[in-house]
Ligand binder design. Structure first.
Ligand SMILES: *Cc1c(COP(=O)(O)O)cnc(C)c1O
Ligand SMILES: [Zn+2]
Length: 376
């Protein structure tokens, strides 16, 4: 594909893509400046049964080989009706990824790009699953990996990162303290170092956009609505970009509404949406069993709010009790997900159009690596 450069969202300065740049000199967030990809669904069928069948739509050269040294077979996850009594509601079973969460979509693409940029070591910060995904793909690519995470992150996720041979730094503090620790290190990168941030690096979203491509392939159209859990917005923005590209290629007639889900205990985006603010007021989040979306100050807040508003979507917040109940209900259908992922199913029950619209919700993280287990 296409030429690409980094462009600052705040001051619009462009930069060549490089290994050591992860935000603008003005402090602004970087997006990818690139051409609209030409999407050719008939060609996808002959590709590998992974997300790399979309290579022509991803930000790599046509004959790029870097991904072959990185792939663990990610993508191509099932889309199934959630239950017999809800034929209009589909689940996209993204916990069947190599590291058991949707983060593999973004991490595979990001690490393939890191390899092209000559990275020999990466650092990441995470509330859990992004760290496990980056650890696995870095290991596969032969790149050293260090992950910063909170000491409250599920011990099973920490063990998983260590199993992939990542060096895990646990921080006593908030998610923002964790990010700060990683960014201190990112400011003084060693030779060959790369900040593999799923939040700051726009290549991660190029991977998560394949979530939308696959839903389109599987339904033969866009659904009316996608319900998506949101902390930092990496799945939400990826889905938005993916559907926007499908729309620009006239493969779908409209972008699905995005219904974004936060835990009541930590819902800065939902509050900003409700009050019509363009961005968030940082909050002090309360602890929630939905650890993957407990983000008090998401850096891409403005973009997330814009995406939800542009699609005519909305926000729903759910309580701890609703999340726990939804998790058990999904398990009774055979789906064992982590609490963060169950938040979307909890939101489905309060979504007004849940009977009439075609809806897709992601089962985006496996229950087997959650801290607790289902209360009987
Ligand atoms: C990371 C994650 C989320 C939230 O994704 P954001 O990019 O922070 O919005 C939701 N569910 C699971 C299982 C996750 O791993
Ligand atoms: Zn700038």
């Amino acid at each position: 594909m296409m030429k690409q450069s980094y462009v600052c969202r705040s001051c619009h300065t462009t930069y060549p893509v490089s290994r050591d740049l992860w935000k603008c000199l003005c402090g602004g967030l970087l997006d990818l400046d690139k051409q609209m990809p030409l999407l050719e669904p008939t060609a996808w069928e002959s590709g590998p049964p992974t997300l790399w069948r979309f290579l022509d739509a991803l930000p790599f050269e046509k004959d790029a080989k870097s991904w072959q040294n990185v792939t663990l077979g990610e993508g191509n996850t099932p889309l199934l009706p959630v239950s017999a009594d809800k034929p209009n509601v589909y689940v996209k079973v993204d916990y069947l990824m190599p590291t058991l969460s949707f983060k593999d979509r973004g991490a595979a693409v990001l690490i393939a790009k890191a390899l092209e940029l000559g990275a020999t070591s990466v650092i990441a910060d995470s509330s859990g699953n992004a760290g496990t995904a980056v650890s696995a793909y870095a290991a596969r690519a032969g790149i050293a990996c260090e992950v910063f995470c909170s000491n409250t992150v599920s011990p099973k996720k920490q063990a998983q990162m260590a199993a992939y041979n990542a060096k895990v730094h646990t921080i006593a503090g908030t998610r923002e303290d964790v990010a700060r620790a990683a960014q201190q290190k990112a400011a003084n990168l060693e030779e060959g170092g790369f900040y593999a941030s799923h939040v700051y690096n726009p290549y991660f979203y190029e991977g998560t956009k394949t979530y939308a491509y696959e839903i389109y392939e599987q339904l033969g159209d866009a659904p009316d609505t996608v319900i998506i859990p949101v902390g930092n917005g990496t799945l939400l923005l990826g889905a938005y970009y993916g559907f926007s590209e499908l729309l620009a290629n006239r493969l779908i007639g409209k972008c699905p509404k995005i219904v974004a889900v936060q835990a009541q205990q930590c819902a800065p985006l939902a509050h900003a949406f409700a009050t019509g603010e363009p961005s968030i007021t940082p909050i002090v989040g309360q602890t929630t069993i939905a650890e993957g979306i407990a983000i008090a100050a998401p850096p891409r807040a403005t973009q997330i709010l814009e995406a939800v508003r542009n699609t005519g979507g909305t926000f729903i917040t759910v309580s701890e009790a609703q999340i726990a109940k939804a998790r058990s209900a999904l398990a009774k259908q055979g789906f064992d997900v982590e609490p963060t992922s169950a938040a979307t199913y909890a939101a489905l029950h309060v979504y007004r159009h849940c009977e009439t619209e075609t809806i897709v919700i992601p089962l985006c993280g496996s229950g087997t690596k959650a801290s607790d287990h289902i209360a009987k």
